[in-house]
Design a protein around this ligand. Sequence first.
Ligand code: ADP
Ligand code: ZN
Length: 381
Amino acid sequence: MNTVILTLHGPEHKYTIYLRPGAGADWQRAVADIVPANRYLLLADDNMAAHLALPADGERFGNWRCLRVLPGEEHKNLDQYASLVNAALQGGMDRDTVLVALGGGVTGDIAGFVAGTLLRGVRLVQVPTTLLAMVDSSVGGKNGVNTPAGKNLVGTFHQPAAVLIDPSFLDTLPRREYRAGLAEVVKTAVLDNQDFFTRLEDTAPALAAGDHAALADAISTCCWIKGSHVMTDEKDTGMRQLLNLGHTFGHVLESLAGFNGSVVHGEAVSVGTVLATDFAARHGFFDSDGADRIRALLARLGLPTRIAELGRTADAASDIDVSPPDWQALLGSDQAVRALVQDKKSSGGKVNLVLPHGFGDCRVDKGYDAVTVVRFMRDNI
Ligand code: ADP
Ligand code: ZN
């Protein structure tokens, strides 16, 4: 049974996000029900394909054909984009074929770019399999790949024909990736009124344990909130910027850690959200009780809340072997100020920060001095 979470009516497009808890093996039929077509081209995350015992790269099954997508940010590049486009065309892709992206943010981003550009744009169904992709990257229609000059510098806006979300896909997601997605859930809740945040506090143990009912509520509410922000602002100005809460601080930490896997995006967002909240509290915009609640909820969900914890949280299952970052030294360097002003939300040595002035009242506050902001971070390691 497909439940409609919401239908987004952008200025140019309209599409629906469906929640289908427990569809499990039935997900292909669910896609075919939602977007009927004669042919489907599946772009499947390689790990996910292994979990679901999907056919090998290039193989057909019924009126579907499967192409495997190599996971990891390092494969979200123009080389993999070119091989996917070539393989799609060699397999007889036409304008009526529906592309289906099955995987996390990496697969969704690269498949979205393929769908947005192949034959000048074909229909795409997003089937996100990470929590981050369910609550964040699959909604809004942005896509892209990385280049040596930076992340997501090549891409388009291409709204999907539909998004199909099934929380049971998360059962196989590595715990660290799962927790990282919860950071985006908490960030999104701060943008909304206090009801959702309070609900997250009430269901924190269930969420930490991956309970499907708690997840279905959290995911639908996040899609609603993100949907309402992007709907009014399809091309990323104003409202959409608020979704960057915690991300300006977070990106500095991610980039100082060197994008080597020692700090994952959601962990940086968790600490970044706490820093934004504390910064707002320090300037008298936000009450310190609210700041304490945000920190406590993130901690209960197993997320880092201090810079000092970042880079030390790699779990035993991961194969990361790098020493923890020396945050004192990194945040004392010019590199930190450079990382902050390079952020696209800044101009002329001044930075714009998304700061909470209350639950449901986040604002883009402009013109903070970058050196002062980095000093604040160093004072709060
Ligand atoms: P994100 O959505 O955080 O950008 P990625 O696309 O980078 O996530 O995926 C993170 C990792 O998790 C990748 O190694 C990917 O292959 C794997 N993965 C994605 N979804 C699942 C899942 N449901 N079960 C197991 N592994 C998954
Ligand atoms: Zn994010």
